[in-house]
Design a protein around this ligand. Structure first.
Ligand SMILES: *Cc1c(COP(=O)(O)O)cnc(C)c1O
Length: 371
């Protein structure tokens, strides 16, 4: 059987940048959650996305957690959150003993529906403490409309840009519209450090506070002294070295992801019932995953099984949070858009290490289902 093709797997630079930075960490013995790589990775990422400041953390999830804490989310507060996302968006709301209310998607963006968001504000009013926006699969949410609503109610926005590093909305990087932006460097993301995350903001004081919380909230004293709850959430200097190397090839990865999407579109776009994820004029996605929906007699499961038989990974669209056993008890606002996307969607193999031969083979298997 031929080598497995993954949905999206780690892709280190051909130049070996990552190893050079790791070597530096070893040579200087900074094998710790602090050091040059951590400081420089923060600066380099902040510069890349045009944000004032950044805090390097162990995961995207921990970044969402500390962002919620930093905007004051605590027991009993409501946080509005898209239902069509990965569970890591919603879990930190529970860590803070707050209550998620899930918001439907719209077909124009697949992301948070501004109308449903407005309806949620009308229903919950000043119980709402924060809004979490996700840029799913590297497609940006409609930030102008969302920011307008949140500004009207004077509620802070946290952008979960875990999947959208490198994506632009009207020319501006996702993750820089709200009070905080969150990036992830987990193994399947567009760039990876094996695991890691970054929180960005223009608020320097808040970022300093987040670094403090993420290193156990140690007060300045000779002995260990703590006046606040602490977390062990700081990124290690070895991991940050991988991140610095990966950041150098981010643009290349976006370019290849786009190539993959266009390839599928050309080859599969005319098959009956196939539609591609929405690319709006104002959206420059990073094309992290190429996603289609199926309306005809070929079902997502047929595609996934046919690919699996050839050792090729694909996946359903994320299952909405309001349908998850753990989250069913929470309110959900909207109609059935996210449910339909889940029912009809398939994430196609989007690994940047694929070559044209791989893509041709994948398209051949899929087209075979229509003949
Ligand atoms: C991956 C992901 C996260 C979590 O990031 P980790 O670094 O894995 O903790 C959060 N939200 C979304 C939408 C993601 O895809």
């Amino acid at each position: 059987m031929s080598n497995k093709i993954w949905l999206s797997s780690p892709h280190m630079s051909d130049e070996g940048y990552e190893k050079e930075y790791i070597k530096e960490a070893f040579d200087t013995n900074w094998i710790a959650p602090l050091g040059t790589n951590v400081n420089e990775f923060e600066k380099e990422l902040a510069t890349k996305v045009g944000s004032g400041h950044a805090a390097a953390l162990v995961s995207g999830t921990s970044a969402i957690h500390l962002a919620l804490k930093a905007v004051g989310v605590s027991t009993g507060d409501i946080v509005l959150c898209p239902t069509l996302t990965f569970s890591a968006t919603a879990n930190p709301i529970i860590y803070q003993n707050a209550t998620p209310v899930f918001i439907d998607s719209d077909y124009e963006t697949w992301n948070m529906c501004p109308k449903a968001l407005g309806a949620a504000f009308e229903k919950y009013g000043d119980k709402v403490k924060a809004v979490l926006v996700v840029h799913l699969y590297g497609l940006s949410a409609d930030m102008d409309k969302i920011m307008k609503i949140c500004n009207k109610y004077n509620i802070p926005v946290i952008e979960d840009a875990a999947e959208s590093l490198g994506a632009l909305y009207k020319g501006q990087p996702t993750g820089t519209f709200g009070k905080f932006g969150v990036f992830s460097f987990n193994g399947n993301k567009i760039i990876t450090t094996s695991g890691g995350g970054m929180l960005v903001s223009d608020d320097e004081e808040k970022i300093k506070k987040i670094r403090f919380w993420s290193t156990q909230s140690r007060d300045p004293a000779r002995h260990y002294q703590h006046s606040e709850l602490g977390f062990n959430y700081r990124m290690s200097n070895v991991v940050a070295g991988i991140g610095r190397g990966q950041l150098k090839v981010l643009d290349q990865r976006v370019e290849k992801k786009k190539y993959i999407f266009e390839y599928y579109k050309k080859e599969l776009g005319s098959l009956e019932g196939v539609e591609f994820m929405p690319i709006n004029d104002w959206n420059e996605p990073n094309y992290w995953l190429s996603v289609i929906t199926l309306k005809g007699k070929v079902r997502p499961l047929d595609v996934m099984e046919a690919l699996e038989a050839e050792n090729i990974e694909s996946r359903p669209v994320w299952k909405p949070m309001h349908m998850q056993p753990f989250f069913v008890e929470y309110d959900y606002i909207g109609s059935d858009v996210s449910e339909k996307l889940f029912e009809n969607g398939v994430c196609l193999p989007s690994d940047t290490k694929m070559n044209d031969e791989d893509l041709e083979r994948i398209c051949g298997i899929i087209k075979g289902l229509w003949s």
